[in-house]
Ligand binder design. Structure first.
Ligand code: CTP
Length: 395
């Protein structure tokens, strides 16, 4: 996946430095040529020998290590990408200020290659306005930030600041280098349940959490796609996805139809309301006005519309949430909406569908083939869906 890519891996002095070793191993396994650079601080946490043994070259730490008089520019100039794992508050500050104090900061200033920094530090430090300002400065300059996660930190504290998981970091590298299997493709995913207004404060909603759609968006981005996520819910944005927030079926239709024009793959994971109030009351309905009579009308079927206007080569994926006759109902929707694939789930089964972190699905393809995925976390289901989409595209 990363064959022939030259990646400078900068390691700075934080407890998460040991995880840089795992990132290094994964990059080398993916075919990259990894050039390791450690700061003096990093040497307090991991040994040079460990990183040298796993990387493609011995570790460099100093501007004066080499015979070459100008290693500080050479490393940055020859890199396809510079990656810093972990990035301490000090490294972020030096880089944001343009301060070149060691080989790594020199390399960062001397490169025109894309740069990814993966901050890791205690919550108080991560949330400090100075650190956040430095991150904002770097981001505004086009530096890619792999945000830290929340979790257990050194010393037993719990909070934001833990280094992102090594697989997330490697995914970010693949994404930035446009190297994943979906590189160059535009994937549109819808997620969450629509909310149709009854009056100024009330809506008709459904139990969809959006988690399955977000998992598909995250997996597509991890595979290198440009991802547009049209969503009604406010979950953490998957790295690499562009969010389009909507609320109603009509808003979702407008957003999706615009994006569909350039989409290679469309996955309608959203639970779109089938009916909406004909007109929302202007203010708040009051009890003393009597029991309201809410008249409903059908919403447009977004997916069926996309099926009618599908471009050659575009892959269209729908969902079918059923409580009975799962396969027959799903197969009928597959045909009626001109889909390539439908993901059917029996939402009455335990642990399946709405709100859960797990799902169990049957994938039905237009060519009649059927694949069943037993109960698994939603990211694994997303992988199965995108593997099947790959098959359909013939890749
Ligand atoms: N869908 C859509 N627009 C709608 C309703 C549904 O795009 N107005 C999409 C959903 O995102 C999902 C698929 O169609 O991918 C299946 O939706 P569903 O409501 O289950 O199918 P229907 O054809 O409406 O059938 P029924 O409600 O009778 O089960």
């Amino acid at each position: 996946m990363l064959a022939g890519k030259r990646i400078v891996l900068g390691v700075t002095g934080g407890i998460a430095a040991y995880k840089a070793v795992e990132v290094c191993r994964r990059l080398v396994d993916a075919g990259a040529h990894v050039v390791p650079v450690m700061t003096a601080g990093a040497e307090h946490f991991i040994g040079r020998t460990t990183l040298s043994a796993l990387a493609s070259e011995p570790v460099q730490t100093s501007l004066w290590d080499e015979a070459s008089p100008i290693p500080h520019t050479r490393l940055g100039q020859s890199a396809d990408l510079v990656l810093v794992v972990p990035a301490t508050a000090r490294l972020l500050a030096a880089y944001a200020a343009g301060l070149s104090t060691d080989l790594l900061t020199n390399t960062l200033l001397a490169t025109r290659a894309p740069v990814i920094v993966c901050p890791a530090m205690h919550t108080e430090m991560w949330e400090h306005p100075a650190v956040q300002a430095n991150v904002a400065t770097l981001r505004a300059r086009g530096v890619h930030i792999v945000e830290p996660e929340s979790g257990r930190l050194a010393g037993g504290d719990v909070g934001a600041g833990r280094l992102a998981a090594p697989e997330r970091i490697v995914e970010a590298v693949a994404r930035v280098l446009d190297a994943g299997p979906l590189a160059g493709l535009h994937v549109v995913v819808s997620a969450g349940g629509t909310r149709e207004p009854i009056d100024a404060v009330r809506v008709i909603a459904n139990r969809s959490s959006g988690k399955q759609g977000y998992a598909i968006a995250a997996e597509a981005a991890a595979r290198g796609a440009r991802v547009s996520l049209v969503t009604t819910v406010d979950l953490p944005v998957p790295a690499g996805a562009q969010v389009h927030a909507v609320e109603t079926a009509a808003q979702m239709q407008e957003a999706i139809e615009q994006l569909a024009a350039s989409a290679d793959i469309i996955v309608m994971a959203a639970a779109v309301a089938d009916f909406r109030p004909v007109a929302a009351a202007a203010g708040k309905l009051k009890k003393d006005q009597g029991t309201p009579q809410i008249v409903l009308e059908p919403t447009p079927d977004i997916l069926a519309g996309l099926g009618e206007r599908k471009r050659p080569g575009q892959v269209l994926v729908g969902f079918a949430a059923e409580t009975s006759d799962l396969l027959a109902n799903a197969a009928a929707k597959l045909t009626r909406k001109h889909l390539d694939l439908i993901v059917a789930n029996d939402v009455s089964a335990p642990g399946v569908g709405f709100q859960h972190d797990t799902n169990a699905v049957t994938l039905l393809r237009a060519d009649g083939s059927v694949r069943t995925i037993p109960l698994a976390d939603k990211r694994s289901i997303a992988q199965a869906v995108l593997d099947t989409v790959d098959d359909i595209r013939g890749t």
